[in-house]
Design a protein around this ligand. Structure first.
Ligand code: PLP
Length: 406
């Protein structure tokens, strides 16, 4: 039985005040707070069990290595991946996308080849493909959502030509909250032999993910949004794609042998993890994923659907507020602008005075901002510990903004 009060009790930061008011943390889309079990795991990993991983033969190195490597299995379970061997640890989605761009795409794509993207992508799923455009003459093909913010999977598939070599698409827009039917895209693309990279940074926080059922080739997640540490993350890679990939970063751990004139690679996934990794970050990520699975991904999704419906009904009552993205099945992520002159930064500053933390700006999604015809929005993004009472605090604070700026 989902009990939001019991969940909140596990997050020490939620009991603090900001500007004299109880904290209402609605910036989960940027980064989520951490439950005590994650904080305790990090503390224990440093205070009692810390050493470098892999090559060491002493006790602490063995413990660290076991704890670190166990997270591969946890991540595979969390993502529905068939095996832990399909999981590569990263520092987050940004590194994952660069790994795929340099390791898989760069050696295969040629001038005139095409990558399909949606305009809803985060810069992390845009800029690594721009590198290929700049260096190799690869063409980026953009697909737009409809007026409600929904992305028709058929529109993505209609953009396929005989030069399409990759589709890179978000599972959940960090600005609009739109959930994309990536399964349809993956299955159709696979039938045509086109790999699909899915940016799961936002989706994996809010709903159960099953990469085997989805049929994607790559699925990236980032730990700090998943109630885990910053600097942690992982990417599921289909074994055929892994076999095709060149290493991206070179250094310790990713090699088998190094000679003056030659070098050979370690087996995947180690081949793609160079140098000392984020040991404690990854161990903390494991604790966060276990915690989420313990709460239950279906339960988290159901709670956030309640929050979404309540927030949507209250925001709809503010006729001086424009909410971007009205997709029926969206997540509890609301980007909005206030009619009149108030800049998103001003709104965010006023909300902060009331203890309400939201994000203001372009949300690392400038092509989407251009598509929407705005330069910035305010974004309230909900998480597992938020409540309908906090929606009311947000609405009261927005009404104050309206009084101040109208
Ligand atoms: N993709 C999406 C949809 C995001 O929301 C974010 C983070 O805001 C990222 C990618 C980048 O994640 P990170 O900065 O953790 O690498």
């Amino acid at each position: 039985m989902f009990d939001v009060d019991a969940i909140r009790d596990q997050f020490p930061i939620l009991s603090r005040k900001v500007n004299g008011k109880p904290l209402v943390y609605l910036d989960n889309g940027a980064s989520a707070q951490k439950p005590k079990v994650v904080l305790d795991t990090i503390q224990r990993a440093y205070a009692e069990e810390y050493s470098n991983v892999h090559r060491g033969l002493h006790t602490l190195s063995t413990i660290s290595t076991e704890n670190y490597e166990a997270v591969r299995g946890t991540t595979a379970r969390f993502l529905g991946a068939p095996s832990e061997h399909h999981i590569v640890f990263t520092s987050g989605t940004t590194e994952a996308m660069n790994l795929i761009s340099y390791g898989w795409a760069a050696p295969r794509l040629q001038a005139g080849d095409e990558i399909i993207l949606s305009v809803m992508e985060h810069h992390a799923n845009i800029v690594p493909w721009h590198f290929l455009r700049e260096r190799q003459g690869v063409k980026l093909v953009w697909v737009e959502p409809d007026a409600k913010g929904d992305l028709d999977p058929q529109a993505v598939l209609d953009a396929v030509t005989d030069r399409t070599k990759l589709i890179a698409i978000t599972h959940l827009s960090n600005v609009l909250g739109t959930v994309v039917d990536v399964k349809t895209i993956c299955h159709e693309a696979r039938a045509q032999g086109i790999p699909v990279v899915v940016d799961g940074s936002q989706a994996a926080v809010h709903m159960p993910v099953d990469v085997a059922d989805m049929g994607c080739d790559f699925y990236a997640i980032t730990g700090h949004k998943l109630y885990g540490p910053s600097g942690s993350g992982a990417v599921y890679i289909r074994p055929e794609r892994m076999a095709e990939m060149r290493p991206f970063l070179g250094g310790g751990d990713m090699i088998r042998e190094v000679h003056r004139d030659t070098v050979t690679w370690n087996d995947p996934p180690m081949k793609f993890e160079a140098g000392t990794p984020g040991i404690v970050q990854t161990i903390g990520l494991g604790a966060a994923l276990e915690w989420m699975m313990g709460v239950g991904m279906d339960e988290i999704a159901a709670h956030e659907t309640t929050l979404r419906d309540y927030a949507r009904s209250r925001l709809d009552g503010l006729n001086w507020l424009d909410v971007q993205g009205q997709s029926a099945g969206k997540a509890a992520v609301f980007s909005f602008t206030l009619q009149g002159a108030a800049h998103a930064h001003d709104i965010s500053t006023v909300l902060d005075k009331k203890g309400v933390a939201v994000r203001a700006g372009h949300h690392c999604a400038q092509p989407l901002m251009q598509h929407l015809g705005v330069t910035a929005t305010c974004r309230a993004s909900f998480g597992v510990y938020n409540t309908t009472q906090e929606v009311d605090v947000l609405i009261d604070a927005l009404e104050l903004c309206h009084d101040l700026f109208a």
